[in-house]
Write a protein that binds this ligand. Structure first.
Ligand code: ADP
Length: 495
């Protein structure tokens, strides 16, 4: 099974959130389970050197922006083969993969991710300049959405197409005038195609031209078929429900395990969780200027700062938790008003609240290890990896019952504690009052150490492995027949 796995971000090369983690780990698990896989991503600045990539094919100049070349390299750490779509005018620049250093979307994201999708489609054709051709083209999120549209437009033999939704809120909506600019025929600009309320939707293209759709948790697969979760595309998804499934993400425990995590001041397993956490907590309290209080419940947040992540709920509920003696340590970046409000809170209560705006992989690990409670009050959450990591670190998650949070955290009730299944605190409605109540429950139980330890250990015993997810994806790939390609002719020499 040859799989071309296309993603706009791949850890450890480029990461803005969960998709980066997924694209850094799922391909490794797929390959271990027997798939023959190539990762495809843009050649952002630095990726060429990091993967030691060399040119292997020229793709021409489809958009008049200079030659596009495919570079082949290896992913650091695991040696996976990665193909970089090299077009310096579009990808080689300082800043993030989607935004500049001021947090503004790149003005040419339409062309950048049209080119990524175009390259994916081109490499999936029998006439691709590379000998290796995929049986499955697996794209992720709106940035890869147009790949199926190109293959549809070009006709002819093609691989099976799988499209995975990591977040319905990001749609890649652009003016319809872009269609000829990126080489798509107007015949696809219809309600049954990639038109969405008079705009070109890259996400919708991903949804309508795929053979199978997946999303990253079973609950989210249901939610996106309803108005509250579908962001206007719920009808398209409900219509395609028969080919839509939810496959829960895994965690890469080679990177997220407190027993082996090289970022931590002290490593620990489930047996030493109390002592291990106390040591990490003392170091973080000193580093962030929080009072050196081992008894204060340390609430941690590692998050994009957005409405989706319920940052307004956090701001409204946190004073009550602080009044009960809790501390808050937050790492995040995102919408300016949230950054400012959080910084103001930290300034007002420097020994109780520490806020670090920015992106830091090491600090994210150390907060997971130091925290007693991870707060994740998301309005919606396709899967969420942060709470899955928290469970492994013995950091008890407080989450809203939505999407992947509902699928991974079991609320601590009298019964679930008795049965040994409780792993966190889960509330139903996205209100400050419900979050506040859950935080009070957490702070209350933290004072009852034997029960708290039980809760931590039950969380640490959870295992959300990529191996399991990879098996589910492989089963799905096997269900799809490539269009117009005989199995024999798709087996060509490897590059
Ligand atoms: P999402 O993909 O919606 O942002 P997830 O919980 O699925 O949320 O994944 C978030 C990932 O990004 C986790 O690996 C988390 O540790 C990381 N992360 C989020 N914000 C930051 C930050 N400011 N610094 C470092 N890592 C972060």
């Amino acid at each position: 099974m040859r799989v071309l796995f296309v993603s706009p971000e791949v850890f450890p090369l480029v990461k803005t959130g969960g998709l980066g983690d997924v694209a850094g780990a799922l391909p490794v698990a797929l390959q271990a389970a027997g798939a023959d896989l190539r990762l495809l991503m843009p050649a952002y600045g630095g990726t060429r050197a990091a993967t030691n990539a060399k040119p292997v094919a020229a793709l021409g100049d489809p958009f008049g922006l200079g030659e596009t070349v495919v570079l082949q390299g290896r992913l650091p750490g695991n040696g996976l083969k990665v193909w970089l779509v090299d077009n310096p005018a579009l990808f080689d620049r300082p800043g993030g993969p989607y935004q500049d250093s001021d947090g503004l979307d790149w003005a040419d994201n339409d062309l950048r991710f049209a080119l990524l999708a175009w390259a994916a489609a081109r490499l999936s054709q029998p006439s691709s300049p590379l000998a290796w051709k995929p049986d499955i083209l697996h794209g992720h999120d709106w940035q890869c959405g147009l790949a199926g549209a190109y293959l549809q437009a070009w006709g002819g033999p093609r691989p099976g197409i799988v499209f995975t939704i990591h977040n319905m809120a990001f749609q890649g909506l652009f003016p319809s005038s872009l269609m000829p600019r990126i080489g798509l025929p107007w015949s696809l600009y219809t309600m049954a195609g990639c038109e969405f309320w008079d705009q070109l939707s890259y996400l919708k293209a991903g949804l309508v031209y795929a053979d199978r759709l997946t999303t990253v948790s079973p609950s989210y697969a249901g939610e996106i078929q309803l108005p509250a979760g579908g962001f206007g595309l719920e009808g398209v998804l409900a219509e395609r429900a028969a080919i839509l499934s939810g496959i829960l993400n895994g965690a890469d425990y080679r990177i997220w395990d407190p027993a082996t995590d090289g970022e931590l001041s002290r490593r620990y397993g489930a047996e030493e969780v109390a002592a291990g956490k106390a040591a990490n907590k003392a170091v973080i309290q000193a580093e962030l200027g929080l009072s050196a209080d081992p008894e204060a419940t340390l609430l941690v947040v590692v998050s994009r700062l957005s409405d989706q992540k319920g940052m307004d709920l956090l701001l409204a509920a946190i004073p009550a938790a602080l009044a009960q003696g809790a501390q808050l340590a937050l790492l995040g970046s995102g919408e300016r008003p949230y950054e400012q409000a959080l910084l103001a809170l930290a300034e007002a209560r420097p020994t109780q609240v520490a806020v670090r705006i920015g992106y830091s992989e090491p600090l994210a690990h150390r907060l997971q290890a130091a925290g007693d409670v991870l707060v994740m009050p998301s309005r919606f959450e396709p899967c969420g990896l942060t709470q899955i990591y928290a469970l492994r670190y013995g950091t008890v998650p407080v989450v809203r019952r939505t999407g992947g949070l509902a699928d991974t955290v079991v609320d601590a009730t009298y019964d679930s504690m008795l049965q040994g299944t409780a792993t966190g605190f889960v509330f139903d409605q996205p209100t400050a009052a419900q979050l506040q109540w859950s935080l009070e429950r957490a702070i209350g139980l933290y004072r009852r150490r034997p029960q708290w330890l039980q809760l931590q250990r039950q969380g640490m015993a959870q295992s959300f492995t990529w191996e399991k997810a990879a098996e589910a994806y492989l089963d799905l790939y096997r269900e799809i027949r490539p269009v117009g390609i005989s199995v024999k002719s798709s087996r060509r020499a490897q590059v």
